[in-house]
Structure formats: structure tokens, C-alpha cells
Write a protein that binds this ligand. Structure first.
Ligand code: ADP
Ligand code: MG
Length: 323
């Protein structure tokens, strides 16, 4: 791993609606190093997809970035002119969305969709683009004869591979994957993740991997961040965070997942419901569901603070950090 690739600084994203303003990403800061794989976990509705869209400046109304910056190799993604942004999106950072399998154009062949992306960004001949499209399909384990197929002629797993091939075709340095395999069965999911990892070893891109599946995340990430109601509440190395989760929310989240090998235990879950972002409490956002709540927690949402004995592990909880 080398230098910093992406720097997210004090990012706030609001949804401005008739019912009020919901802050889906609240003062989030973290870096992604070149070649690093970062996982982002948290309950549905905690702001993961909103953050993913903001990173590639793909958010649209009613989402509004009200504060912060997103620097990719030092350039602010939020201030890029349109032509630079277009280049940035495929060639430097690409995305695989939750519903990406359905994002393929149903009336254009797979091959033409790959070729379109190549020709839009490179001054190469059609034949050259065709050849590159074929090899990018081979890269994700799909036979080049599938160039002539339409999306409906492929299985869900193959469609998702095609989407990954499109995301990688210009060799970006970062790929943002938002629940990329959630719609697939576990066997196909495993195949795709293994293949993604081989590609990563070969091509060296960084990944922001968003999922609610902490088990899968534990296997493939270098670091994990946990979000609750728009806040990044804990971040650490994958091994450190999974072995010794510090935030009461992370502890609850991990206790909600079964282990296959350990003794049979009753899963704990987290009491209460996720926060309504239109009704933010004074103090810590997690206070109503927290089993460690004290009077200190009523004062403010704590900042992410490095642990003294393990500075790579940061936690936003007064009870843990004392700050
Ligand atoms: P996640 O991906 O973690 O499930 P999202 O980023 O999709 O969460 O959503 C975060 C929050 O943003 C939601 O809880 C919701 O309150 C709000 N939100 C998302 N999309 C919209 C929208 N189009 N209009 C208003 N609020 C929205
Ligand atoms: Mg989402």
C-alpha cells in the first residue's frame, strides 16, 4: 500500500425535502490508500449509498453536499468541471451499484456496451476497442462469444460480472462497490468475490466495499468503517475491529451475525429502531439504543477519536475514549 488516493474531509450530505432536511452523511472524514480495500458497514438507511454516490459526484437532488471536500489524488471531485468529471468517473474511479445487474441496457449487446465505454474515452479504432472489450470479458471469466448476447440472455451472476468488466475496463484506481453481490446467491457471490480479488491482485485498484455482510467484509477488506445514522462511529483495521469492537453499535452489529464454527448461541440483535433522520436527538445519535449510556452522552455526538493504545482504531463514543 502506498500514498493516499482518496481523502474525504468533513463531508455532510443532506436530503432537502418538504418534510424537512435529513442529514444522511454527517461530518464524515476518512482516507483510502492506493490499492487498499475498505469496507463500509451499517444498517439499511444509515447513509452508505449516499456516501458512495457523493464520492463520484453522482448524487442528484434532493441530495445536496452542504459541507466538506472529496480529494482524489489531491483534486477536489466536487469542483471538477464537467469534462474532467466525465473522465474521472470511468477512468479513475468507477462504481458498481446495488442494482447494477439491472443497469445494463436491454436493447444493446453486451459487446457494444463495453465498446461504447472504450470509444467514449479513448481515441482508438473500432477493431481495437472490440479486442479490448473481448479481453475484458475474458478477465471476468466470460467467453468472448458473449459479446453478441443481450443482458436477458445472461444469468444474474454473469450480468454482474459484465458490470464489473465495464467498471474495470478503463483500469480505474478506485472501484466503489455498493452491495455488489447482495442480489446473488452465496455460491455465485463467492465466485465473483474470488475473481474480483484475483483482478485486484493483478491490476492493483483500491476498493470501497459497501455491504451489510460483515462476514464477507471480514474476509476481503484491510479496514472497516461502521456507520450509524450518517455518522462514521468506528473505523479500524479489519482484524482489530472484528476482534475488539469498541463502539456499542459495532458490538451490537457483530452480535447480530451468526458464526458457523462457534458454539450455538442466541443472536442478540440491537434493541430499538434506526434513528429517524428528521428527528435527531441532542447528544449522541445512538443514545436511545445504547446499553452504556451516561449523562455525558446527552451533550453532543462524539467525534471519531483514535484509541491511545491503538491509534489506527478510531471510535466515536465518550464512554470508550473519554472525549
Ligand atoms: P443505505 O445505503 O445505508 O441503506 P442511503 O444512503 O440509501 O442508506 O439512505 C440514507 C438516508 O437518506 C435514508 O435513511 C433516508 O432517510 C435518506 N434518503 C435517501 N434517499 C433519499 C431521497 N431520495 N429523499 C429523501 N431522503 C432520502
Ligand atoms: Mg444502500
Amino acid at each position: 500500500m502506498s500514498g493516499v488516493l482518496l481523502q474525504i474531509k468533513n463531508l455532510c450530505v443532506d436530503y432537502v425535502t418538504d418534510a424537512g432536511t435529513a442529514r444522511a452523511v454527517n461530518d464524515v472524514s476518512f482516507n483510502i490508500a492506493a490499492g487498499e480495500t475498505i469496507g463500509l458497514a451499517g444498517e439499511s438507511g444509515c447513509g452508505k449509498s449516499t456516501l458512495a454516490f457523493a464520492i463520484t459526484n453522482l448524487h442528484s437532488a434532493p441530495a445536496l453536499i452542504s459541507e466538506g471536500s472529496i480529494l482524489f489524488e489531491g483534486r477536489d471531485v466536487l469542483c471538477m468541471p464537467d469534462d474532467e468529471l466525465r473522465r474521472f468517473r470511468w477512468a479513475e474511479a468507477s462504481m458498481v451499484f446495488q442494482s447494477a445487474m439491472n443497469a445494463l441496457n436491454p436493447v444493446i449487446t453486451i459487446g457494444e456496451q463495453l465498446i461504447d465505454v472504450i470509444l467514449a474515452h479513448n481515441a482508438v479504432s473500432y477493431e481495437e476497442a472490440y479486442g479490448r472489450a473481448e479481453s475484458s470479458l475474458e478477465l471476468v471469466g466470460i467467453h468472448p462469444s458473449r459479446m453478441q448476447s443481450y443482458a436477458h440472455q445472461l444469468s444474474g451472476g454473469m450480468r454482474q460480472r459484465v458490470v464489473i468488466a465495464i467498471a474495470l475496463i478503463l483500469r480505474p484506481k478506485l472501484i466503489v462497490m455498493d452491495e455488489p453481490t447482495t442480489a446473488l446467491d452465496v455460491v455465485v457471490e463467492r465466485e465473483i468475490m474470488d475473481q474480483l480479488y484475483e483482478l485486484k491482485a493483478e491490476l492493483g485498484f483500491a476498493i470501497l466495499f459497501i455491504s451489510h455482510d460483515l462476514g464477507l467484509m471480514g474476509e476481503i477488506t484491510d479496514r472497516i468503517g461502521v456507520m450509524y445514522a450518517g455518522n462514521l462511529v468506528e473505523m479500524g483495521t479489519t482484524s482489530g475491529l472484528l476482534a475488539s469492537p469498541q463502539h456499542p453499535y459495532t458490538q451490537g452489529l457483530l452480535a447480530s451475525f451468526p458464526t458457523i464454527h462457534g458454539p450455538k448461541t442466541r443472536l442478540e440483535g440491537i434493541p430499538g429502531n434506526p434513528l429517524n433522520l428528521l428527528e435527531i436527538p441532542e447528544g449522541c445519535y445512538f443514545q436511545d439504543r445504547c446499553n452504556k449510556k451516561t449523562d455525558e452522552c446527552l451533550l453532543r455526538q462524539p467525534e471519531l477519536i483514535p484509541l491511545q493504545k491503538q491509534p489506527s482504531h478510531q471510535v466515536a463514543c465518550v464512554e470508550v475514549t473519554g472525549l
